[in-house]
Design a protein around this ligand. Structure first.
Ligand code: SAM
Length: 231
């Protein structure tokens, strides 16, 4: 795994010296995965490519240095933990609605660093009440369709900040369906970036949504309504 990570980080123009810390995080996830459900990807090389390098690639899409970042629905810590290992100046909140996963992340961050990472057990639509428009960046991968995801993430982002949605390259329809949600919640699709995961034949996508206006106070709605009547 280490050599694959070093090569991949080099290809992305990132710090190869962080490969050991990323591999140690992988070890912790895979070890805990034996007793709780954290990931379906258990092959080490696939883990390196599809979790670690995929997350790392986000650093090539937007500036993260010194930014307040929330990873919405982080699960086992993706993309948030690799981002923070590779860019230690990020002020990171890992957010997930499943307590066991957040407990694991606290333990993992204590065990290997990075220090100063906030692990929050809450639903995104609830956290928006106390953290409305406080983050420079929201990031999210594999949590919900883009229209639903925008209502979970955009209220947390300050005007002038961005929401980076990690999606597959087959998400054109999802983007079209989310146009109304993006507009209603105060956003604008600024860029769509397709990127190749190093050492693989996999291409993924980041939809960059800029926050141009405050989100109207009635959003986010309770999750039941978001799901039943997506914007
Ligand atoms: N982002 C990780 C990844 O790419 O590997 C995890 C993806 S996992 C499929 C989705 C995660 O989102 C779960 O851990 C779930 O608990 C969390 N989640 C779903 N809806 C959420 C919400 N409204 N607020 C916070 N977390 C949520």
């Amino acid at each position: 795994m280490l050599e694959l990570l070093r090569t991949g980080l080099r290809e992305l123009g990132l710090d190869e010296g962080k490969a050991e810390q990323l591999a140690e995080f992988a070890r912790l996830v895979l070890e805990r995965n034996r007793v709780m459900n954290l990931t379906a990807i258990t092959d080490e090389a696939d883990f390196a490519r599809l979790h670690l390098l995929d997350s790392a690639a986000l650093l090539t899409v937007a500036p993260f240095d010194g930014r307040r970042v929330v990873d919405v629905g982080t699960g086992a810590g993706f993309p948030g933990v690799p981002l923070r290992i590779l860019c230690p100046t990020i002020k990171l909140t890992l957010l997930d609605g499943t307590r066991k996963r957040v407990d694991f992340l606290r333990e993992a961050c204590d065990a290997l660093g990075p220090d100063g990472v906030e692990c929050v057990h809450a639903r995104a639509e609830e956290l928006a009440a106390e953290r409305r428009e406080t983050y420079d960046l929201a990031v999210s991968r594999a949590v919900a369709g883009l229209n639903v995801l925008c209502e979970l993430c955009l209220p947390l982002v300050r005007v002038g900040g961005s929401f980076l949605a990690m999606k597959s390259t087959r998400s054109d329809g999802e983007q079209r369906d989310a146009a109304r949600a993006v507009e209603t919640l105060g956003g604008r699709i600024a860029r769509v970036v397709d990127y190749a995961i190093p050492s693989s034949d996999v291409t993924h996508r980041v939809v960059v949504i800029e926050k141009t206006r405050p989100t109207p106070p009635k959003y986010p709605r309770p999750y039941g309504q978001i799901r039943k009547k997506p914007l």
